[in-house]
Design a protein around this ligand. Structure first.
Ligand code: AMP
Ligand code: DBH
Length: 548
């Protein structure tokens, strides 16, 4: 068994502690203390459910004790796939109380991703919501069981099918819960979008994550009067911690769970619950702006709209304050750590044109050219970072670690940024082959690999194409095997059959006779992707020209 760990060199750890970043706080203690300080205050609102801090804490502790009563042991991993429902917090804080390590899957993940995550984490249990948006998640997870010999329990929030345990029945005596964990221990694993292969596990410690949460709360002005609405999936790092649901709970504030981020659902909820802050990815922010243009919504409580996960263009950013009557805050973050924010009192131009500054004075940022040399100030380059809440390694993945971290512990973000004299970063794009579709990160390599599994595919190259609605869309170029003639529809069906997250199915599939090579018959994937992308862009420019 490989237990997830995250360690910083001793001199760094000592510095982060001395500066008060790492304070020895832990998640189980956090909720217990808040529940003791203000038991009757509302913590979580979801649908008709309103849980006070006391109720959330009591439920979590009984559930955590129930997990131990099933035979799970502190340190073991529990894969959690749930949507924006109160029981997510009961599950997660229950696991924390029991010393178990949650590993978060996103609602969009399907069999392929769950198998990978559960396998990598050596999960002893999977906790899953019965259905999310009508998809039978419980059924899917039960179907994995046979292939995961280490998996002891499938626990279902909601209606449990035969063969699974209902979450409501998992209950035990809180007196059996262990002592609080070591603050340096891994509290949970976030997951990375990544640019190669399936999602990687990101072990985060109590100390490091809670520092990023306190820092975020300060920058975002979160206090006990705040009402944070989770519009994006709660398990996403943005929604969880920037400042997100955990930020709100840390401040003793309220979390409102929005079942879907469409304006028709979100606007009335903001009005009803007096939401003060929420976060969106750019395509959803565009939807909100469009809706607001049609019928100016009254959202007097809303003070801050955060937009992040993908680049929000200045022209759209400028429309937020006039149309929604709130401030915009851009957020450029990553589950590996580093998070940047524009400040609430930054001048307008910086808020609309930049992705903000890092949380911590001890976030070290390098902006390097492809040869690894610092670029002149103000020029774009590859962003590398290390600091008090940025991981030093992924869980159990030597080759990813070798690629993603330098010898002195900097994380290669894969982002191309430039830095203004004020310290604000402007994201210019990605250095590697990742498609940022709607804020969902897709590895071109992973999709190519899936396509290559089809009997008629000789070679496949997947590229990102700028897209007005999605930010970027995925376009797959397919070279068929000699004598075969696969259609795009058939390839899409095939991908669906592989049971992967639907956002990974290419938006466009083009069948080509072959790929360009050099005289010696070689071309790098990167060059190839660039030339294919350039071809698509040239075509769409031409169409625009003829339309004029
Ligand atoms: P992940 O590592 O999967 O958590 O994804 C983080 C990545 O999302 C970053 O490295 C960026 O590529 C992208 N990202 C997040 N926020 C922004 C933003 N505000 N602007 C541009 N890209 C962003
Ligand atoms: O995209 C991200 O991963 C992200 C965006 C904004 C993130 O992890 C975050 C803020 O914390």
């Amino acid at each position: 068994m490989t237990e997830p760990r995250q360690t910083w060199p001793a001199e760094f750890a000592a510095r982060y502690r001395a500066k008060g970043y790492w304070r020895g706080e832990t998640f189980p203690r956090l909720l217990r203390e808040r529940a003791a300080a203000h038991p009757e205050r509302i913590a979580i609102i979801g649908g008709e459910t309103r849980w006070s801090y006391r109720e959330l804490n009591d439920r979590a502790r009984r559930f955590g004790a129930g997990l131990l009563a099933l035979g799970l042991r502190p340190g073991e991993r529990v894969l959690i796939q749930m949507g924006n429902v109160p029981s997510f917090f009961e599950a997660v804080f229950g696991a924390f109380a029991a010393g178990l390590v949650p590993v978060y899957a996103l609602p969009a993940h399907r069999r392929t991703e769950l198998m990978h995550l559960a396998g990598k984490a050596e999960a002893r249990a999977i906790l899953v919501q019965d259905r999310i948006e009508r998809f039978d998640h419980a059924g899917m997870v039960l179907g994995l069981r046979a292939a995961l010999p280490g998996l002891a329990h499938v626990i279902v929030a909601g209606d449990a099918p035969e063969g699974a345990l209902a979450m409501a029945q998992v209950s035990g005596d809180p007196a059996t819960l262990p002592a609080d964990p070591d603050p340096q221990a891994v509290a949970f694993c976030q997951i990375s979008g990544g640019s190669t292969g399936l999602p990687k596990l990101i072990p985060r410690t109590h100390d490091d994550y809670l520092y990023s949460i306190r820092g975020s709360n300060e920058i975002c002005g979160i206090d006990e009067t705040s009402v944070y609405m989770a519009a994006l999936p709660v398990a996403h790092n943005f929604t969880m911690s920037s400042p997100g649901c955990f930020g709100a709970l840390h401040a003793g504030a309220r979390v409102v769970l929005c079942p879907a981020a469409m304006p028709q659902i979100a606007f009335p909820l903001i009005r009803k619950e007096g939401v003060t802050i929420t976060g969106l990815v750019p395509p959803l922010a565009l939807l909100w702006l469009e809706a607001a243009e049609r019928a100016r919504p009254e959202l007097p409580s809303l003070k801050v709209l955060q937009v992040g996960g993908a680049k929000f263009l200045p022209e759209s950013a400028k429309r937020v304050a006039p149309l929604l009557g709130c401030r915009l805050q851009q957020v450029f973050g990553m589950a590996e750590g580093l998070v940047n924010y524009t400040a609430l009192d930054d001048p307008e131009a910086l808020v609309t044109e930049t992705q903000g500054r890092p949380i911590s004075p001890d976030d070290e940022l390098l902006i390097l050219d492809d040869a690894g040399q610092p670029v002149p100030e103000g020029r774009p380059g590859n962003l590398l970072t290390r600091g008090p809440y940025t991981i030093r390694a992924y869980h159990d993945d030597d080759s990813a670690n070798a690629r993603s971290f330098t010898e002195d512990g900097f994380y290669r973000t894969g982002d191309i940024v430039l830095r203004l004299p004020s310290g604000h970063l402007v994201v210019q794009g990605r250095a590697n082959d990742q498609i940022n579709r709607n804020g969902e990160k897709i590895s071109a390599e992973e999709v190519e690999d899936l396509l290559l599994g089809h009997g008629s595919v000789f070679d496949a190259v997947v590229v990102s194409i700028p897209d007005a609605r999605l930010g970027e869309r995925a376009c797959a170029f397919i070279q068929p095997r000699a004598g075969t003639d696969p259609s795009p529809a058939e390839l899409r069906r095939y991908m669906r059959g592989r049971e992967v997250a639907a956002f990974k199915i290419p938006d466009e599939i083009r069948i080509v006779s072959g790929f360009a090579t050099t005289a010696v018959g070689k071309i790098s994937r990167r060059q190839l992707r660039e030339s294919l992308r350039a071809g698509v862009l040239a075509e769409s420019n031409q169409t625009e020209e003829t339309a004029k």
